[in-house]
Ligand binder design. Structure first.
Ligand code: ATP
Length: 216
């Protein structure tokens, strides 16, 4: 009997994509034997309504550079094309439909542990956790006991599913917020970002960087 491919959705703002994201994807591939990771920048993340993000095209361009080194990684513009608020349940339903038409796949969803407290409030959270096996990367600064705190807020079998997907590894530090601050202050070296990402930031003049296009 053929084995179904293991495909993970990795959604987020990716504003910009950073080494923390890539490390999480690398570890997820190693721990869960993933065949594909689909990095998908959100059009408008539900928890960041009203916050300006870099244009979708620029976030896609940064992701394409950052993921070029691993054949299992790909970038999708599905949420940007759908526009509006990017609800994970809609994305996963689309993926499940597509994959079942193509012969079936085992679906996963990668997220950082900072998302756990808000997870029960996600649109159709139970459906999200049922369609895709979550892979939770422990994020530095997240307090212990966050999984236990979900007991009673989600059905026990879904808390168990989250616990099965928890990567009990040393956390990998870093956030996009911190990087945007450094870029605006002109304190960021290209080595702190994945390959090619600083060039896109400079070309597009993102996050307060002086656009190389605007230079004489
Ligand atoms: P910001 O600082 O702008 O909120 P971010 O990097 O925290 O940016 P996203 O780009 O939305 O946020 O991250 C996408 C996903 O990757 C989220 O699920 C987030 O929790 C996870 N993630 C990001 N950085 C890390 C990290 N260093 N360790 C574990 N998970 C991470």
């Amino acid at each position: 009997m053929p084995v179904s491919p293991r495909i993970a959705l990795f959604g987020g703002s990716f504003d910009p994509v950073h080494k923390g994201h890539l490390e999480v994807a690398r570890r997820a591939c190693a721990h869960f034997g993933l065949d594909r990771v689909i990095f998908m920048p959100a059009a408008t993340p539900p928890h960041k309504l009203g916050k300006a993000l870099a244009p979708g095209g620029a976030r896609l361009a940064m992701l394409r550079c950052a993921t070029a080194g691993d054949a299992r990684w790909e970038v999708s513009d599905a949420e940007l094309r759908r526009a509006g608020t990017s609800f994970t349940v809609d994305t996963l339903r689309d993926m499940a439909r597509q994959e079942s038409a193509g012969g079936g796949a085992e679906l996963f969803m990668i997220l950082g542990s900072d998302n756990l407290p808000g997870l029960p409030g996600w649109r159709e959270a139970e459906e999200v956790l049922s369609i895709a096996q979550p892979i939770v990367a422990w994020r530095e600064g997240t307090p212990d006991g966050h999984l236990a705190a979900l007991e009673g807020r989600l059905p026990a079998h879904l808390v168990e599913r989250l616990s099965l997907g928890f990567m009990r590894l040393p956390p990998f530090p870093g956030s996009a917020t911190e990087l945007r601050g450094k870029i605006a202050a002109g304190r960021l070296s290209g080595a702190e970002l994945p390959e090619g990402v600083l060039e896109v930031i400079q070309r597009e003049g993102l996050y307060g960087a002086i656009s190389t296009e605007a230079r004489p």
